[in-house]
Design a protein around this ligand. Structure first.
Ligand code: IMP
Length: 194
């Protein structure tokens, strides 16, 4: 019994973040792929870099050091075409400062934008990242109630914001990066079993 418990614990996977909304989405999406995760609430420091991937790698290494179990973290951002990709890697800071209202005031005709999500896995041997993207447009006003930029992001070929859609978790940037991660992770776990 003890050995079995130890085995199970060694396969525990933690999502490290201070953002509970993200955790709920990650949990639901991974559950649909047959992977269960636990929440390790921790505010990870972010390095200054133009590359989300570089930020994610560093965050994952820090998260593993702190949690000492296999972990995943996410780094993501909203990239707006007419603002040369702003807020991008500064999405968290910009949301806390000017927020959705401020973003809406900055935009005119061209409202094209994309969300990018990087999921990084790290354990004692492996560090690996997976990217997901979704193209769309910034709405003219905020629509729907949800977290972050959800009330102002309309996925391409749709007429509702992420906040108004009940299928966000089946098409989002997060869904796409987690799908890639899940394929790799389940394959790796299977080969560990053999
Ligand atoms: P970070 O990855 O924790 O640095 O945060 C990026 C920021 O982008 C978050 O704090 C949110 O404000 C925003 N963001 C990222 N993904 C989403 C999403 O799916 N919906 C709404 N806002 C998001």
């Amino acid at each position: 019994m003890k050995v079995e418990e130890d085995m199970r614990q060694s396969f525990d996977l933690f999502f490290v973040s201070s953002n509970y909304h993200k955790y709920l989405e990650v949990k639901e999406i991974l559950h649909s792929f047959g992977i269960n995760i636990k929440f390790f609430k921790y505010d990870l420091e972010e390095i200054q870099s133009n590359s989300l991937k570089e930020i994610a790698f560093k965050k994952a290494a820090d998260a593993f050091k702190k949690c000492k179990k296999p972990i995943i973290i996410e780094d993501d951002g909203l990239f707006i075409d007419s603002l040369c990709g702003f807020p991008g890697q500064y999405s968290s800071f910009v949301f806390k400062t000017i927020g959705n209202k401020g973003i809406l005031q900055l935009l005119k005709k061209n409202r094209k934008a994309k969300f990018v999500s990087i999921i990084s896995f790290c354990n004692d041997k492996i560090s690996k990242s997976f990217e997901g993207k979704i193209e769309g447009n910034i709405s003219k006003i905020q629509n729907g109630k949800s977290w972050g930029y959800d009330p102002i992001f309309i996925p391409l070929n749709m007429n509702k914001t992420f906040a108004e859609l009940n299928k966000k978790n089946k098409l989002s940037h997060r869904y796409k990066s987690l799908k890639k991660f899940s394929n790799w992770y389940l394959h790796m776990m299977k080969s560990c079993d053999q």
